[in-house]
Design a protein around this ligand. Structure first.
Ligand code: CAA
Length: 247
């Protein structure tokens, strides 16, 4: 499935230079969209991403900070035009059992994984409504649905994205804007590779397909949901998890 889209709409992918986000950025770019990728921490990875993907619209700002998002989006819109498609992908983990979790671990995860979805969506949704077209696609997680040991913060944020998206989908349905969620399972990324091997082994043993997922599967679904022809899919959550959790 590689085809060029008819209209080169503008896509912003948060956390778009590494992992699932980088695959989304590259796939959308290959389909002919104008892609801006944001990132926060890893300058070196962002440089490598720029070189490998040919995407030079790469912006560094904290998606958990509303004013930083406003400033970043202003730069993106100046360079590429109004944002038609927003992919809320940025996410971090600060895993800890609750009885050991600090307020900082809680707040960092809620800020990057959930406040970001409000910040970015709030800043683009008015324009989408006015123009009568928009796609907001947010990356949740299997662990927002099933829960996971050590992830009260992460699961709360990822479940929050689903409720947020259902409500927003209803608000904008009549305006040509769709709002959907993808809930990946355990995908081969730096985030999952950071899990201690003995714990990851236990996790993989519980995945019916007996392996980790790949980033391409997520990116292809984003492209499907972003498609101009696909205005009837909204308020939905798509599970891509190797059969690990059937919701
Ligand atoms: N499945 C099964 N057992 C688990 C487990 C899991 N997911 N997480 C922890 N345990 C077990 C440990 O194996 C250990 O068992 P034993 O006592 O029998 O040895 C016990 O729980 C206590 O664990 P730790 O000794 O590791 O305790 P800790 O306080 O040092 O650390 C922890 C706790 C931070 C939760 C750590 O265990 C951990 O990082 N677990 C993995 C958490 C996880 O799954 N994160 C997912 C990251 S990927 C992601 O989030 C992407 C996505 O969307 C899917």
């Amino acid at each position: 499935m590689t085809r060029k889209v008819e209209k080169a709409r503008v896509v912003v992918v948060t956390g778009g230079t590494r992992g699932i986000g980088a695959a989304i950025s590259a796939t959308m770019h290959s389909f002919g969209y104008k892609v801006a990728a944001t990132y926060m921490g890893n300058d070196k990875a962002a440089e490598t991403f720029k070189e490998n993907s040919g995407i030079d619209a790469v912006y560094k700002f904290d998606v958990g900070d509303y004013d930083a998002c406003a400033a970043g989006l202003a730069l993106i819109e100046k360079k590429l035009g109004s944002v038609d498609i927003l992919v809320n992908n940025a996410g971090i983990t600060r895993d800890s059992f609750l009885h050991k979790m600090t307020q900082q671990q809680w707040r960092e995860v809620i800020s990057t994984n959930l406040d970001s979805v409000f910040n970015m969506s709030r800043l683009v949704v008015e324009g989408m409504r006015e123009r009568g077209f928009g796609r907001i696609i947010s990356i949740s997680s299997i662990n927002g649905l099933s829960g996971a040991m050590g992830q009260t913060n992460y699961s709360a944020a990822k479940a929050g994205i689903i409720g947020f998206s259902k409500s927003l989908a209803l608000e904008v349905a009549a305006k040509g804007v769709t709002v959907n969620v993808i809930a990946p399972g355990y995908i081969e990324t730096d985030m999952v590779r950071a899990i201690a091997p003995e714990i990851l082994e236990k996790i993989v043993a519980k995945i019916p397909v007996k392996k980790l997922g790949n980033v391409q599967g997520i990116a292809r679904l984003v492209a499907f949901l972003a498609d101009e022809q696909n205005g009837f899919t909204t308020g939905a959550t798509f599970n891509i998890n190797g059969g690990q959790y059937l919701a």
